[in-house]
Write a protein that binds this ligand. Structure first.
Ligand code: GUN
Length: 321
């Protein structure tokens, strides 16, 4: 069994081989550190907020609407609010019970649309079954839609116009940027076609932009011979929500693997009684990769920071004047 330290040791051994006989004839593999990159970006945003305050500008203000008491949603929203406080943003949490009607929730959205001090807001998903997520999403003013879920933002993304890009795809693009990963002309295979990750990711990777300009294949539950397709990929982005879906025999030597999966599974080894599992069998896949994101500590930490970046863009009116 290969753990993170042993994987890093492969690189260490290779590095020492500059001055001695190579101990392992293996290519360098880099574990993408989303925690470190997200911390750097938070610092950059916090510095920007200090400058805004010095110049008497508008302090970015994010609001979050939370319906019900789902454990996962509670944690995500609490983390978003905490992140705002840490970097000097204003934040507002609006809570509704599970029993809230669609009309009441629409009214809450309308108030946030009209509140001039709020630069951007999100309605945490999923919503209870009696509320249409589509209706709520479409009711949000696209200029305040820092989640990038509104059809106007999605449409503008497709034709490469300034827009809010949703947090997970934005976070992955940032990782490519910060690690100087060249995506031009690469075969990029995306597994999963969700509105939030797989579909926007497929568009962003194929756009004439940087990062982008890749040749994209979008795989989903009805795709035949997925392993054959992933074996031909330079970049594999897995967003299925199936723990351990991508195994070692499914990737080519030197592939770049981005794991978006974050499934909570029971664990006797943690205090909380659960741990996060990605969609990639890390121990098998990592030794074949040139770059790979771990779970936790890869894509996950990038999502909140991307939301903060969108909120800053909203406060500065950089996307919509
Ligand atoms: N639920 C899971 N991810 C997200 C997200 O990025 N935004 C919102 N609003 N809800 C979510």
């Amino acid at each position: 069994m290969l753990n993170y330290r042993e994987v890093w040791n492969v690189e260490t051994l290779h590095a020492t081989s500059l001055h001695s006989k190579p101990l392992l004839n293996k290519k360098k593999m880099i574990i993408i550190d989303g925690k470190k990159i997200s911390a750097e970006i938070r610092q950059e945003i916090a510095a920007d907020v200090v400058k805004i305050k010095e110049h008497g500008g508008k302090i970015p203000h994010l609001a979050a609407v939370l319906v019900g008491h789902d454990g996962g949603s509670e944690t995500y929203v609490a983390n978003k609010i905490k992140a705002c406080e840490e970097i000097g943003f204003k934040s507002t949490l609006i809570r509704h019970e599970d029993s809230v009607s669609e009309q009441e929730l629409l009214l809450s959205v309308k108030k946030l649309n009209e509140e001039p001090d709020i630069d951007g807001f999100i309605v945490q998903l999923p919503l209870p079954a009696h509320i249409s997520e589509q209706k709520i999403t479409e009711a949000i003013d696209h200029k305040k839609d820092v989640d990038g879920f509104h059809p106007v933002n999605v449409g503008r993304m497709v034709i490469n116009l300034p827009c809010y890009i949703s947090a997970t795809p934005f976070g992955i693009l940032t990782l490519f940027e910060r690690y100087n990963i060249d995506t031009v002309g690469k075969n990029c295979v995306i597994i999963g076609r969700s509105n939030i990750v797989g579909t926007p990711m497929s568009i962003l990777m194929s756009r004439k932009a940087k990062p982008g300009n890749a040749t994209v294949t979008l795989c989903h539950s009805r795709t035949k011979n997925i392993a054959e397709i992933t074996r031909s990929a330079d970049i594999v982005i897995v967003a299925m929500g199936i723990p351990g879906f991508l195994s070692g025999d499914m990737v080519n030597e030197g592939a770049i693997v981005i794991d978006v999966g974050t499934t909570r599974v029971k664990s006797e080894l943690t205090k909380s009684g659960w741990k996060l599992m990605g969609d990639v069998k890390f121990d098998e896949v990592a030794p074949k990769c040139s770059y790979i994101t771990p779970v936790p500590g890869g894509v996950g930490p990038m999502t909140i920071v991307s939301l903060l970046r969108n909120t800053l863009l909203a406060a500065k009116r950089e996307i919509y004047k």
